[in-house]
Design a protein around this ligand. Structure first.
Ligand SMILES: Nc1ncnc2c1ncn2[C@@H]1O[C@H](COP(=O)(O)OP(=O)(O)OP(=O)(O)O)[C@@H](O)[C@H]1O
Ligand SMILES: [Mg+2]
Length: 251
């Protein structure tokens, strides 16, 4: 394998800027928005803020990569960029392989549809045929342990039940790369344990993953290497045990 082919994800000098109007009172916000819409006023430099500031790293195929950092450090934004849900302001991201993101709670679910219908829609979005999805129903439903409620609308599910279903779909559609944003923290202890085992099994198959977590033990247990983000910057890049201890030192 050439060096390039062994890399699953390349993040090269990535910057992400968001806009946040700088205002002092609600009335001035309203008048500023109106002025901006009318073209009377331009967005000022101070209205933009940098959420990710020059991020670069590679993840090899078969590697489990952990991302840690305080709330608001930019972890979920980075995963969304890698998933292609949002685009960087500057910089390049290359992904080799079929990627399945498991990001914010229940994103991609339709509340009025049943669990079973949502499995179908999610599967189609992830690029599977109807036949392939049908053949995976039992596997997905059994892992989620939601058989009793699978034909009920998703809006009646608890947040833990949402995550069970989303995790079961993501892990059973056979992706090459999986992105997991704080998935282990939402289920109950038993499901967390089962999820961790599934993640380890996934890794043993030579698959690539990124795990965002606030739990240093999960990062050390599951990941090879990782990244510690502070205010959108790479504060540390290296093996997962060091990432976890850097994080422990600040919280
Ligand atoms: N769509 C958006 N528009 C404007 N600002 C945003 C947007 N999404 C995120 N932000 C801001 O970007 C920063 C990073 O957010 P992000 O969700 O990436 O943090 P995080 O590291 O995942 O935090 P947490 O641990 O709380 O999940 C925060 O200041 C947040 O307010
Ligand atoms: Mg987040």
């Amino acid at each position: 394998m050439s060096e390039e082919n062994s890399i699953a994800i390349e993040v090269i000098n990535v910057f992400k800027e968001f806009r946040r109007l700088n205002i002092k009172s609600p009335t001035s916000l309203k008048s500023r928005i109106i002025n901006i819409l009318k073209g009377k006023e331009k967005l000022k430099k101070k209205d933009k803020f940098l959420v990710l500031d020059d991020i670069s790293f590679n993840i090899n195929k078969g590697e489990a990569f952990g991302i840690m950092g305080r709330n608001g450090a930019g972890k979920s934004t980075l995963l969304k960029l890698i998933a292609g849900i949002i685009v960087p302001t500057r910089g390049t991201i290359k992904v080799r392989g079929k990627l399945t993101p498991l990001l914010e709670l229940g994103s991609g679910f339709h509340p009025e549809l049943t669990g079973r219908e949502n499995i179908l829609i999610n599967g189609l979005i992830l690029g599977l045929s109807k036949k392939e999805i049908t053949s995976l129903y039992d596997q997905i439903i059994d892992f989620s342990e939601l058989r009793d409620v699978i034909d009920q609308p998703i809006r009646t599910y608890s947040s833990g039940m949402y995550v069970r279903l989303a995790f079961s779909i993501a892990m059973n559609v056979n992706p090459d790369i999986i992105l997991l944003d704080e998935v282990l923290a939402v289920g109950d202890a038993e499901f967390s344990k089962k999820s961790k085992a599934k993640i380890v099994e996934f890794k043993k198959k030579g698959k690539t993953m990124i795990l965002v977590s606030h739990d240093p033990n999960s990062i050390v247990e599951v990941c090879d290497n990782g990244l510690f983000l502070e205010h959108g910057r790479v504060a540390f890049l290296g093996n997962s045990a060091d990432v976890a201890s850097k994080y422990k030192a600040i919280v």
